[in-house]
Ligand binder design. Structure first.
Ligand code: DX5
Ligand code: ZN
Length: 224
């Protein structure tokens, strides 16, 4: 089986007990913690910043933290997240003045780097950076809120990006974010994704392990 990663989004976690909730979801079998940073400017919602990331590290969380920046501008805040313990930092291509520069900045700060595409963002932004990205994240909802429905048009876009990754010969993760559930994760994987952000589907359930296990079972049935 392909090495699939499940990345719970703490946007849907219990903020009053964040450390405990993150521990619980990791104990349930999650691979990566997805950290949604929103600025009420690039997206119409406001969440949390680098001090919360550092607080999770200080609490003892050692799993990779995947910081999804939905902020504009992006560059100034990157070192803050790197110093706070981020493992991966991704940003929306529209939010950067110079995508190549922002990717370099993330790497210079010791993190894996990735770009994010909204559904309506064209893929030509990938043209000159396939050798510079570790992750490509496709949004399958409009960014800003958890609990939205997966947009089916994303499947076609996933296939296109999967093809580009395979043709490039580079080791690049293809991450999907928004509306991922037990009943669609298999189809999403069959269209090319290998890293899955899951917010409400896990955190709205009382038994996180049951959801993660069901998702792994679905992924074990993926046709390669
Ligand atoms: C949306 C965020 C997502 C969101 C996913 O802007 O980037 O990570 O929390 O939540 P669900 O899985 O509920 O769609
Ligand atoms: Zn996200």
């Amino acid at each position: 089986m392909k090495n699939f990663l499940i990345a719970p989004s703490i946007l849907s976690a219990d903020f009053a007990r964040l450390g405990e909730d993150v521990e619980r979801v990791l104990a349930a079998g999650a691979d990566v913690i997805h950290f949604d940073v929103m600025d009420n400017h690039y997206v119409p919602n406001l969440t949390f910043g680098a001090p919360i990331c550092k607080a999770l590290r200080d609490y003892g969380i050692i799993a990779p933290i995947d910081v999804h920046l939905m902020v504009k501008p992006v560059d100034r805040i990157i070192p803050d997240f790197a110093n706070a313990g981020a493992s991966i930092i991704t940003f929306h291509v529209e939010a950067s003045n110079n995508v190549d520069y922002t990717l370099q900045l993330i790497k210079k700060n010791g993190c894996k780097a990735g770009v994010v595409f909204n559904l309506a963002t064209p893929l030509y932004h990938l043209d000159y950076i396939m050798d510079k990205v570790n992750i490509i994240l496709l949004m399958s909802v409009n960014p800003g809120f958890s609990g939205q429905l997966f947009m089916p048009e994303t499947l076609n876009k996933l296939q296109k990006v999967r093809r580009r990754i395979d043709e490039s010969g580079h080791d690049i993760r293809l991450e999907i974010d928004g509306g991922v559930k037990v009943n669609n994760i298999r189809e999403i994987a069959e269209n090319g994704a290998d890293m899955f952000v899951v917010g409400s589907a896990i955190f709205s359930h009382s038994d996180y392990k049951a959801v993660v296990d069901e998702m792994r079972t679905e992924l074990s049935r993926v046709r390669q």
